[in-house]
Design a protein around this ligand. Sequence first.
Ligand SMILES: Cc1ncc(COP(=O)(O)O)c(C=O)c1O
Length: 401
Amino acid sequence: MASKVRLARRICEVQPSATLAVDAKAKALQAQGLDIVGFGVGEPDFDTPGHIVNAAASAMKSGDTKYSAKRGAELKRLIVEKLKRENNLEYKPEQVIVSNGGKQSLYNLCQVLVDEGDEVILAAPYWVSYLEQIRLAGGKPVILNTTEATAFKIAPQQLEKAITPKTKLFIHNSPSNPTGSVYTPEEIRAIAAVIEKAGIYALSDEIYEHLIYGDIKFLSMAAISPRLKELVVTVNGCSKTFSMTGCRIGWAAGPDEIIKAALKFQSHATSDPAAFCQAGAAEAYASRPASEAAVAAMRKQFDQRRKHMHARLNRLKGVTCLEPLGAFYCFPNISGVFGRQFNATRVNSPMDFCTVALEQAGVALVPGEAFGSSQHVRLSYATSMDLITKGLDRLEKMLNG
Ligand SMILES: Cc1ncc(COP(=O)(O)O)c(C=O)c1O
């Protein structure tokens, strides 16, 4: 029987988050007593550094449980300092918005910049939520496809060709979720030159800024020229850098009018994040030696896991994996497995591959379809070395056995 609930068209056209769906399916199987190795969710497995937890806990105990105007001002001041120190960007605190995760900052910005029918350009494979956030704002995603041949990075000419009179915004994400690719400063400058010439806006999602392995130096797009500072909004947050995903502290910095509009939007949607979580974030930016040491220790472990997972993936029959240089994901190409059968189930797509891996090997992966790829799956290595070995042993048995 047809449902009587008449939902708005807006939400009916949105796909649920595939990464959260995979995690839920894996957890449901675990609840049934099955031993599942989860490579699905993009969440650091490390504890939040102790000094950050202590600051949040004592803020809560001392009554920091109200609306956060005072606490918010302190955190914004510290974010302004961080942007100057680390990103060569000068902003006033009024040019910063603190949101419930980087996700909300991005959502706010789509809502205040994108009108019905506006085109928003982004590279595929892309992070799942960009596409739906663009659609929720009534915008039209314009996808630039990339492959291993360019290390999943777009060329400036590709962007130039895609720009039309309807283009409003470009979304840049480096290091990238899901591919782990990292643009060099030269590559960012070349893309920024196209943005500057066209006068379109850009969101630079820098949430994995501190998770780069190897020699590439991080560059914030907005720092390239004064004109770009008028066009680019920088988005970042504490989730990935400080392993604070559940605290929901993200932020954006950019031109006065854009941030003012985002603040107005957020004031009606959610108001600011929890005051005591903002206290934890303030501590993360204020106590630099402790935070930098904690981030360096996490990065070191991610790097070891990255190398291990990447090497093991390339030993699987039908699988090839480009070396990821940032974030905490491997994004192997599994098209060499297409056509093979596993216990009567034929694999012809990433979704098939993930179903077989979960049901027959007890390994949870995210299908590439969620990121705009018909040839890849995503594995997060934000999990222990033991679990990485166990999961890869299982995949090896399934594919090579
Ligand atoms: C590319 C990218 N941007 C933004 C986010 C948002 O993170 P949060 O809302 O936890 O700050 C994520 C989280 O997975 C991400 O991968």
